[in-house]
Write a protein that binds this ligand. Sequence first.
Ligand code: SF4
Ligand code: SF4
Ligand code: SF4
Length: 182
Amino acid sequence: MDSNGKKTRIVKDIKVDTKKCVGCRACEIACSAFHATPKFSSVNTARSRIMVVMDEVRDIFVPIRAGDYTQAECTGRNRYVIDGKEYDECTFCPASCPSRDAFKEPDSGIPLKCDMCESVPPLEQPMCVEACTFGALTYEEREEVVEAEPEQRGELEIAYESLVKKYGKKRVRDTFSRLSKA
Ligand code: SF4
Ligand code: SF4
Ligand code: SF4
């Protein structure tokens, strides 16, 4: 709750500054180690929920965190042109998608998604941020007011309104009253 008594929620976010990313992939290593079973027992960047897209010739490094799983390839895609080079449509997509192997558990194919390193007790900041000594990843938390859901009208209320519209309030009331006595 905020000071006005409104319901709030904490939104967690990682800000990416691609200019500071050097492509060291420490974030991938840290993420995969944190999610190993047991924790920190192994490192396999194919199991990481963050992937650094690298173009060493152009000095472009873009860390992408895994988003939602999608069952089918999308039909509307984005094409990125950076410093005159056009990148493949799926290059910067965070989805675990049938079109490629990214963000899938290598043995089982189970989709991987960034969970912000949820753990008990909670970490001060996610592992990838902790591991990024170049300052390319910054953890942020903000409080957002939760908009109240519009009250859902029940089926009965909708049906009653349409009956009133059709037959008039009095007739509907009389009918309900008669039926309730039956
Ligand atoms: S740890 Fe930081 S600098 Fe290294 S690849 Fe990841 S985001 Fe880039
Ligand atoms: S990887 Fe992303 S952009 Fe490419 S088809 Fe799948 S959802 Fe679409
Ligand atoms: S926040 Fe945690 S789960 Fe998400 S990419 Fe970073 S290390 Fe991996």
